[in-house]
Design a protein around this ligand. Structure first.
Ligand code: ATP
Length: 238
């Protein structure tokens, strides 16, 4: 808990018309941490991520990013401030090569540094190096998820926001994706992971938060939450 705050959310509320989707969310992500937000379908995970990225209006509370108040900043300004979201469903550019997808992720970066950053991504994701010249659309679901993460990292964000990286993947691939996410944290990358797969996410999380009907109901070290009785009965089918 000694490392600097990267993301600090205080009393955040958000509405869809008259319907309140977020009810005063408090949440922190510190540098180097892997923080997981878990919750059922419709609990408000996507709404919170979208509010952090700046594509969902906020009706109250605040979002600070590395000390800067970005509560009302544009999405583009947040990307430039170092927040980068990997969207749900991967969304790589299928008709473009793996390399060109990575170049797209570097649009905020000085041109001269892009090739070196791409080599770093190939070291983190060796399978992408193998497939660097292939069209992204020909990759498997798991490989497309890796490409989506690598593309986001090409912008050298201060924090990576991952929206349900396990969605639609077979169990073996889910395990691999979570190993990779834990590996990114071990390389010093700050990660905010939003997941319905509570077991997989809390197993690797330094800190976990449980969201229910738009409010945080539990938080604590990931493995500790995993042992929590309420989490076990509500999310792990125990
Ligand atoms: P999922 O895992 O299915 O994406 P979630 O935890 O991300 O679920 P949200 O999508 O953030 O949940 O939804 C939170 C609440 O806001 C839900 O009650 C949902 O019905 C409501 N909601 C989401 N999008 C809209 C919308 N466009 N208009 C009205 N209500 C919405």
């Amino acid at each position: 808990t000694g490392s600097p705050l990267v993301l600090q959310i205080k009393g955040l509320t958000s509405h869809y018309g008259r319907i309140q989707a977020l009810h005063g969310i408090d949440l922190e992500v510190r540098q180097g941490q892997l923080v997981a937000l878990v919750g059922a379908n419709g609990a408000g995970k996507t709404t919170l991520l979208r509010a952090i990225s700046g594509v969902q209006p906020v009706s109250g509370g605040s979002i600070h990013f590395r000390g800067e108040d970005v509560t009302r900043a544009s999405a583009d300004r947040r990307v430039r401030a170092g927040i980068c979201q990997v969207p749900e469903g991967r969304q790589v550019f299928g008709p473009m090569s793996v390399e060109d997808n990575l170049r797209l992720g570097a649009y905020t970066r000085p041109k001269g540094e892009v090739e070196a950053d791409m080599e770093r991504m190939f070291a983190l994701f060796p399978v992408l190096k193998e497939k660097r010249l292939l069209l992204a659309g020909t990759l498997s679901g798991g490989q497309q998820q890796m490409l989506a993460m690598a593309r986001a990292l090409m912008g050298r964000p201060s924090a990576l926001l991952l929206d349900e990286p396990s969605m639609g993947l077979a169990p073996l691939l889910i395990a691999e994706i979570f190993r990779i996410v834990a590996g990114l944290r071990d390389q010093g990358i700050t990660i905010f992971l939003v997941e319905q797969n509570a077991h997989a996410a809390l197993s690797i999380a330094d800190v976990g938060y449980v969201i229910e009907t738009g409010a945080i109901t539990l938080s604590g070290p990931g493995p500790e939450l995993l042992r929590n009785e309420r989490v076990q009965s509500a999310y792990l089918g125990m």
